[in-house]
Design a binder for this molecule. Structure first.
Ligand code: PLP
Length: 437
């Protein structure tokens, strides 16, 4: 069937109108199995989602058992709760990581970002400061594709059509992108000081008492390619947020839930934690759509003294079946010590990337943590010259990789000032040495 025939026959409005996608009929560990029987290594787990691979009988069992013995759906706006949702929240928060003590579960990461922003605004209302509705976010960031989430996403091509919907109550500061933004001979500390000064200047420009929160990915995902901050960056940001009483909202939708070698990526940043955190993708390991928002106890304390409930909520919030699947996924991660595996296998992945890929002429930078890595391509290694956008370099790498049986995620669209052609290598926590090679 030609591409045109496929596009006109399929009743799905696919994301590309110029390709006819192959049908995936099954999964086996890290592999996708296509209709013609061929196997493809799913090296990025989709957009870093299927962290336990594509076949996990215990999760299937958990889903079936839930449907046989429990309730498929209960509306979270009614006076009911359900066992699976309570169990999942307890698994995540019983030890109060960083003081996080309450959870909300939603479907997508974008909804989690929207919920986080709305919770921050409600928090300030309950605290008697309803004028705090401004958010500071970072350029070339991504927090989701709904209108609310796009407002805080510094991703130019994703925002382009919707400029008229974008809130003027959001402003952007630079990301911590050392590869291109740290000056020659500048120390990490001086770079951090420069970014911290810019953040503080922006707070003063807007007016601290108008600002609800600062939004950032702890490790930047799809826009800047598994970009870890230089040491001390998040500590400086946390200190400034505390000084001006601004909520620190960390987006760990792509980098969290064990991928970087600790359950939460912020644990490696020497900070006490965020005030609000979003999670997603690896939460349900791709077996169900599920994301969430985790709240520090101080947020709940203020919310609970206010209007008596959440201003936010929707139909499929806290979906019992999705939570049951996530409970099964998180049990596997905990029982098989897979966060520790992400750390140790991540070291092997880094060594392989540094040995085999980094010396290649078009590779500018290799970066990441745990099992969350990216390769940034450049035209000139010496001058860090990016490819012209029209070269579509990354799409070509992705296409050629597919022809070699490797499904890998490349950067999507033009994200801003710096052209960042990268691919993401984030295999499942269950990856073997052979699969890494
Ligand atoms: N935040 C980050 C950091 C992401 O990487 C993504 C998706 O890639 C989102 C939010 C949005 O999540 P979703 O696509 O599930 O809406």
């Amino acid at each position: 069937m030609t591409v045109d025939e496929f596009v006109s026959r399929s009743h799905i409005l696919h994301r590309s109108f110029t390709e006819s996608p192959a049908k995936v009929i099954a999964g086996d560990g890290i592999n996708l199995i296509l209709e013609d029987g061929s196997r493809v290594i799913d090296a990025s787990c989709g957009p870093s989602v299927s962290c336990l691979g594509h076949s996990q009988p215990e999760i299937t069992k958990g889903i079936v058992s839930h449907l046989q013995n429990d309730i498929a759906y209960v509306y979270s706006g009614s006076p009911y709760t359900n066992g699976a949702t309570e169990e999942l929240a307890t698994m995540l928060l019983a030890n109060k990581p960083g003081g996080l003590s309450k959870a909300i579960f939603v479907n997508s990461g974008s909804e989690a970002t929207d919920a986080a922003l709305k919770l921050a605004v409600q928090y300030w209302h309950e605290k008697g400061q309803p004028q705090r509705t401004h958010f500071i976010a970072r350029k070339q960031s991504y927090h989701g594709n709904t209108i609310g989430a796009l407002c805080v996403s510094g991703h130019e091509s994703r925002r382009a059509y919707y400029k008229d919907f974008m809130s003027s109550n959001v402003s952007f500061v630079d990301p911590c992108y050392a590869y291109r933004m740290k000056h020659d001979h500048e120390s990490d500390q001086s770079f951090v000081d420069r970014l911290a000064r810019q953040f503080e200047d922006e707070i003063i420009r807007v007016g601290p008492d108008r600002i609800a929160g600062f939004v950032a990915e702890t490790v930047s995902g799809t826009t800047l390619g598994c970009l870890t901050a230089v040491p001390g960056y998040f500590k400086a940001i946390r200190d400034i947020c505390d000084r001006y009483e601004i909520l620190l909202i960390l987006d760990e939708i792509i980098c969290g839930m064990g991928k970087t070698g600790t359950m939460h990526a912020w644990e490696q940043e020497g900070i006490r934690g965020p005030d609000i955190q979003t999670i997603g993708k690896a939460l349900g390991a791709g077996f169900v759509p599920l994301s969430g928002v985790l709240l520090h106890e101080k947020i709940f304390d203020s919310l609970s003294t206010g209007s008596g409930g959440l201003a936010h909520g929707h139909t499929f919030q806290a979906h019992p079946l999705a939570c049951a699947a996530a409970v099964a996924a998180q049990k596997i991660i905990s029982q098989q010590k897979l966060v520790e595996s992400a750390k140790s296998m991540g070291k092997k992945l880094e060594a392989l990337l540094r040995k085999e890929i980094e010396p290649l002429p078009l590779v500018g930078d290799i970066r990441g943590r745990g099992l969350f890595w990216a390769v940034e391509f450049v035209l000139s290694k010496e001058h860090k010259t990016p490819f012209p956008i029209e070269a579509n370099f990354c799409s070509r790498v992705v296409k050629q990789s597919l022809e070699m049986g490797l499904n890998i995620l490349g950067n999507l669209g033009h994200t801003g000032e710096y052209q960042v052609d990268h691919i993401m290598v984030c295999p499942p926590y269950t990856v073997t040495d052979g699969e890494l090679e």
